[in-house]
Ligand binder design. Sequence first.
Ligand code: NAD
Length: 272
Amino acid sequence: MSEQVLGRKIMQTGQAATGRSFRADGRTAIVTGAGQGLGRAFALALAAEGATIIVAELNEDRGRAVVKEINDAGARAHFVKTDVACAEACRNMADTTLRKTGRIDILINNAGIFSTLEMRPFEEIPDAEWDQVLRVNVTGAFLCSKAVVGAMKGAGWGRIVHLASGAVTLGRPNYLHYIASKSALAGMAKSMARELGGFGITVNAMLPGATFTEIERKTVSPEQKTVIVGSQCIKRPEAPEDLIGAMLFLCSEHSEFVTGQQVNVDGGATHL
Ligand SMILES: NC(=O)c1ccc[n+]([C@@H]2O[C@H](COP(=O)([O-])OP(=O)(O)OC[C@H]3O[C@@H](n4cnc5c(N)ncnc54)[C@H](O)[C@@H]3O)[C@@H](O)[C@H]2O)c1
């Protein structure tokens, strides 16, 4: 296509000549752990782009509050109480989504044990806590992906995004179970992308930097926050809104040829 024809088509349709859109009208997006923090931000942003949102969250009060927020704004959302660490709950999440909306286009594996973590040397991490973090953060993403992949394969289209972390590239100390879990997710994105590329399904990992949400947490002290901001090319604290553009891209038609990638969104703190 010549540049002139391409330019005319863009102006006529308001859309790229590829016919692809950043909008998510008519699509259904499951966002796990969307009751607060980043998951809530992703849910609100995808709802604003036209998707019906399934808030798949363990905390019922918080999950329902986000659904109300979306519905009150005139968009569509449903709550499905989900413990991502439980296979039956993940299957119920997928079945309920299909019953309510007839499709599953997007899965954001965002739920994780994160803001409640205590920082400590790895030899002091209780074995049971290690098991729980791996169970929720890694097995949870596996179980949710497994539960939705049939519907995506049937439709010949899907977007799966795992929330890994920029901490993986830095190897931040004192939460080894968390780092192990997020490293696993980055690896899983590559391998799942290989298995699903032939079905029109992309799988990517997003690696946020330290992102300051409405939730207090112990994993970054005020002193560490100053060091983190100083390490970035863009010297201000990262906010949930900073992740939205990349997330919408990864969930959109425009990311069709982007799969198995680790997408760093951290103000330039790290370079892969
Ligand atoms: N905020 C950051 O700086 C940052 C940076 C890198 C990666 N991440 C990752 O992004 C994701 C969201 O981060 P956040 O800051 O919003 O975390 P958060 O701890 O504030 O929120 C986690 C959410 O997951 C839910 N959840 C926990 N266990 C669950 C389970 N078993 N089943 C279903 N839901 C469950 C919680 O109820 C909560 O709503 C996490 O996976 C986190 O590891 C966060």
